[in-house]
Design a protein around this ligand. Structure first.
Ligand code: ADP
Length: 190
């Protein structure tokens, strides 16, 4: 198994690059944001619990997120590995993921950090809002999401840096060129 975490602030291009990675390396894609949105759309019990949290741009509590993720990993049998997109977002989630994967005899092999500065993020999300219609792409909610990122999520980085797993990629520029750098990092780690 080869397990990859794609890491970066909202609007860094995690979803875009994940699609390319999946196609080339045939990993199973797990996006906790997409999963939450699916639950909300389908009016599930979980969806009802998290709807307002997402709308406010806040993080869903760890226990809910971790349970949902572990279920999804377990459901995907016989895969070559996973790409975790939007997870882990807290050190607690990172520790839970390590323990969970260890129980399965595998680990996080690589963390790709997509590096994009705050001004670029704001511009990209303003553009995305026009087509995504995502309520949390509103300016006020975006500020909240960026705050959550710098308060809670950024600490996941040193956690993985200590394990020597992080490769930093410049997330600004041509999508294909960024994917080229990502491919090099994966090929070196796989
Ligand atoms: P983006 O990367 O653009 O911020 P996502 O689609 O990854 O968007 O996430 C959307 C929202 O889903 C987050 O703002 C948060 O409310 C919730 N969410 C997604 N992943 C997690 C997570 N790992 N922990 C807590 N909340 C999460």
């Amino acid at each position: 198994m080869f397990n990859l975490v794609i890491f970066g602030p909202p609007g860094a291009g995690k979803g875009t690059q994940s699609e390319k990675i999946i196609e080339k390396y045939q990993l199973a894609h797990i996006s906790t944001g997409d999963m939450f949105r699916m639950h909300i759309q389908n009016d599930t019990e979980l969806g009802t619990r998290v709807k307002q949290i997402l709308a406010d741009g806040l993080l869903v509590p760890d226990s809910i997120t971790i349970d949902m993720l572990e279920e999804e990993v377990t459901r995907n049998k016989d895969v070559r590995g996973f790409i975790f997109d939007g997870f882990p977002r807290t050190v607690n989630q990172a520790e839970a993921l390590d323990a969970f994967l260890e129980g399965k005899g595998c680990k996080v092999d690589l963390v790709l950090q997509l590096d994009v500065d705050q001004q670029v993020i704001k511009e990209r999300i303003a553009e995305r809002k026009k087509i995504s219609g995502r309520a949390d792409d509103d300016e006020s909610k975006l500020v909240k999401r960026i705050d959550e990122y710098f308060e809670k999520t950024i600490h996941v980085l040193p956690y993985y840096q200590e394990q020597g797993k992080v490769v930093k990629i410049n997330g600004v520029g041509d999508i294909q060129a960024i994917f080229g750098m990502i491919s090099e990092a994966i090929d070196a780690a796989i």
